[in-house]
Design a protein around this ligand. Sequence first.
Ligand code: AMP
Ligand code: ZN
Length: 460
Amino acid sequence: MALNDKKIKLYNTLSREKEDFLPMHLEEVRMYTCGPTVYNYPHIGNYRAYIFTDILKRYLKYSDYNVKHVMNITDVDDKTIRDSIAQKKSLKEFTEFYTLEFFKDRESLNIEQADIYTKATNHIEEMVQMIEILLDKGYAYKGDDGSIYFNIKKDPNYGKLSHFKLEDLKNNAQGRLKNDEYEKENAQDFALWKAWDANDGDVFWDTSLGKGRPGWHIECSAMSIKNLGETFDIHTGGVDLIFPHHENEIAQSECATGKKFVKYWLHNEHLMVNGKKMSKSAGNFYTLRDLIEKGINPIAFRYWLYTGHYRTKVNFTLESVKGAQIALERLIKAFMPLMDVTNGIINQEYKKEFIECMDDDLNTPKAIALLWQLIADVSVSDSEKKSTLLDFDKVFGFGLDKVKKLSDEIIPEQVLAIAEERKLARDNKEFRKSDELRAEINSLGYEVKDLPNGFKISKL
Ligand code: AMP
Ligand code: ZN
């Protein structure tokens, strides 16, 4: 299909509309994702953001675009400094541990690698240069604490992404703020460069701006522009990043370069728990490890996310993700027998419908319904079915091309139910019953290991 015939529609937070996607360079889509702040294990709400980015990237590739994807690793900010000091570790040792954990999770969720991962601590020079330009152009000033702030009153476009009333924002903007995170009621001049203070310990850089470290927002502006150019196609993140982080990225970048920063701003909605955003600070979070300890395969979580559109809030319950695991089990059972069938041609009617779903701002709930329709369709031959399912899976990323491995890793519903009954028995100190249930699990070809908050089941 000719690229310029494609009509992918994506919802752009800038215009608050679904727009036809037209990249700046037909041969390459350039895309940036705000990556993890590596001060702890990410929670599964964070993974909603990365799985959304992954299916977007997979679909662009499926649509014949080459994609250059850059993701940053925030390895210096208020939280990484605070927690590394508390644990008496160097910032490097502390953040490298969580960076590796993030990469392990990425692999188990089958999230494709970014083309470039950029660490903030490797780009201090670029950040300093950008701040120098903002100072020269009069958009930034040095506060009496030695830190350098962006003057939001100087930027006529400040507020254009978050669509807050500019006047309200600016009227609020009395004074300045050194913290990276704040609400719109506190819109103020924000820190580009934070002068060293005792809380920073030995984390600082001696630069032309003085002894200190960068603010969080300038990190993403400098790293994205360095790797993707002054204007690029897509920037992604969760809706909580719209303000202040992305608003501030636009302000710094556009005032420094005098050019439009990003064409399409795409944001995923939140993963919720009982009506509240899942977050570290609310304490209502699960990590991927927590799910695995409850017998849930990471790919089942991926499947579950697709059953809601990325722009709607979804409420997390263990029960609903277990339901998704049962659906994934059924998908595997339907696909396994097709592995021995020779590949056929891709069914063009189904492919056309699949493209229609995905072109419409990545409508995964409709695409998942279509997948089941295809599986049940007796008029499609097995070889066509196999090839069409494998074709869809390039976008879904369940890993059907390695279905045997996936099948071995998924704990059958029956085994999971017995393991849960056994946990209950153990919690109630009914050890005889618990031993009997363990034997039953073994007889089904699995073994169970107890963990502090759950269990781990594996094939015998
Ligand atoms: P952070 O490490 O806090 O910067 O977050 C990493 C990514 O996860 C960002 O894109 C956030 O917007 C996103 N995020 C954080 N919490 C949630 C949530 N509960 N649901 C969906 N995305 C989230
Ligand atoms: Zn960012």
